[in-house]
Design a protein around this ligand. Structure first.
Ligand code: NAP
Ligand code: MG
Length: 462
């Protein structure tokens, strides 16, 4: 695979100060496909200085011109869609059709939505005798994970640029090639030098140096709760704003009146897509006891059908982690009805689509984020019991409710402690705010709410 041997700094690819390299591995066959620089604290410092130098000019650029650059960026991403999809398949392992539709398709939509918002958003409002200015917060540190490598970059960089902020991106070490393609697209879109900078590198080195850098005004992080907690603590000590998109353990609540087959099939598809590496995945399916056995059978059959069609996990460590969660489920007494801990293939970091029945709410597989193709089916007695189970984790990122009557599903959804709920299989909306209640995060991404994260207000009184 094509790779740059430098970092993208102040409008050009330049040699990194850090001497180490990251080997990029194709998780489907375990082969090294490229090498990229592992930037260090010196690289991060140079990138932050470039972003800071570019800030006054970009912040003063009229929103219509910022919108034009974002439109150009959207167009480059659309034109290079096949290349993006191939790159995501190579370094993440996602099946080609899913890479095309979601990994390449979704970021085009999101970039387009911010091109439009930059042009139409009111960056000024009147409140009584005041004029309130919505100004860019400054230099943004964007730290992103590998599971939706381009989407998570665009969901931070596009609103930041729309707001007039400048950015330093530290992408996940497992998926740096997609990040390099994005930097190329930014360059082709003629975004001014220094407005966007990319430092590939390791989390504890480049990521930490970026999160701690005094020249950064906002740290926007997506990833594990453990790293998020650390970044929030560091930012708190420096009185710096953070946006955190962390884990999830979302509930798919199937009320007794629902179309059971439809709800179960959608639920299994949701968990198995991207090999279960989705923070908002509905990994707990909640079914009334009268329909429980039927639901388990439907889920087991649906999961078995996925068989060979799902991709590998991103790396050996994640594969091991997911398999150890499956072992833990067995040890705690859950009943395996599909898949299991055994690797389905000799090569590649694959895990079989797995379904557990007889899962009780306190089991590890019902409480912790597994981040693999593992579904837990839980039994509830009545609606109050379902609500207790649904809300009974430290997370609150997403969820689903199914019922014959939409109003019945909405009434239940109102009582859920979570940031996003799909009603009877509702479609994804790229303008709807996305983010977590409780330990799933702080702040929101996407749409106007996502833009607001990158703005701060100044009130002028008359
Ligand atoms: P992670 O370590 O939190 O990675 C997220 C990003 O943070 C990566 O760019 C990572 O760099 C960076 N990072 C790591 N340590 C850092 C530090 N001390 N300071 C600053 N940045 C740092 O997550 P992971 O190891 O890839 O995955 C572990 C688990 O996290 C998964 O099993 C899953 O449960 C959860 N996860 C959640 C999401 C989500 O969307 N909510 C996404 C991914 C993972 P490196 O790539 O070099 O580590
Ligand atoms: Mg990590």
């Amino acid at each position: 695979m094509k790779a740059h041997d430098g970092i993208y700094l102040d409008g050009a690819w330049r040699p990194a100060a850090g001497r180490d390299v990251i080997e990029v591995v194709d998780p489907a066959d375990e082969q090294v496909i490229a090498r990229v620089p592992a930037g260090d604290a010196e690289d991060v410092d140079a990138a932050v200085r470039a972003a800071r130098a570019a800030l006054p000019g970009w912040a003063a650029t009229p929103p219509a011109e910022r919108a034009a650059r974002l439109t150009a960026l959207r167009d480059v991403l659309a034109r290079r869609k096949d290349e993006i999809a191939e790159t995501v398949t190579a370094e993440l392992g996602s099946p080609p059709a899913f890479s095309q539709a979601v990994h390449a398709g979704l970021p085009i939509t999101v970039a387009g939505s911010y091109a439009e918002l930059a042009a139409t958003h009111s960056f000024e409002e009147k409140v009584g005798n005041s004029t309130v200015l919505h100004e860019p917060i400054g230099v943004v540190a964007a730290i992103t994970p590998w599971n939706y490598p381009l989407h998570q970059i665009v969901a931070k960089v596009a609103p930041a640029l729309a707001a007039g902020c400048t950015v330093v991106l530290k992408p996940a070490e497992d998926t740096p090639l997609t990040a390099q393609l994005f930097a190329e697209a930014v360059h082709e879109a003629r975004v001014p030098a220094g407005v966007f900078n990319l430092v590939t590198g390791l989390g504890p080195v480049a990521g930490q140096a970026l999160a701690e850098h005094p020249g950064v005004d906002l740290v926007s992080f997506t990833g594990s709760t453990a790293v998020g907690r650390r970044i929030a603590a560091t930012a708190g000590a420096a009185i710096k704003k953070v946006a955190l998109e962390l884990g999830g353990k979302s509930a798919n609540v199937i009320l007794p009146s629902a179309d059971l087959a439809r709800a179960v099939h959608a639920g299994v598809a949701n968990v198995m897509s991207n090999s279960g590496q989705t923070c908002s995945a509905w990994t707990r399916m909640l079914v009334h006891r009268d329909r429980y056995d039927e639901a388990v059978e439907l889920a087991a059959t649906a999961a078995a059908k996925y068989g060979d069609r799902i991709g590998p996990l991103v790396n050996a460590k994640q594969q091991e982690r997911v398999r150890s969660y499956i072992e833990k489920g067995l040890a705690e007494g859950a009943r395996l009805v599909a898949g299991g801990p055994k690797s389905p293939r000799e090569r590649g970091y694959f895990v079989a689509p797995t379904v557990f029945a007889d899962v009780t709410p306190e089991m590890t597989v019902a409480q912790e984020e597994i981040f693999g193709p593992v579904l837990s089916v839980l039994r509830y007695e009545d609606e109050e019991d379902a609500l207790r189970i649904a809300n009974g984790t430290v997370y609150g990122l997403a969820g689903a409710v199914w019922a014959a009557d939409e109003a019945e599903a909405v009434a239940f959804a109102r009582r859920m402690d979570t940031g996003q709920v799909d009603i009877n299989g509702g479609r994804f909306n790229p303008l709807a705010p996305f983010g977590g209640y409780k330990q799933s995060g702080v702040g929101r991404e996407l749409g106007a709410h996502g833009l607001a994260e990158y703005l701060q207000t100044k009130s002028l009184q008359f």
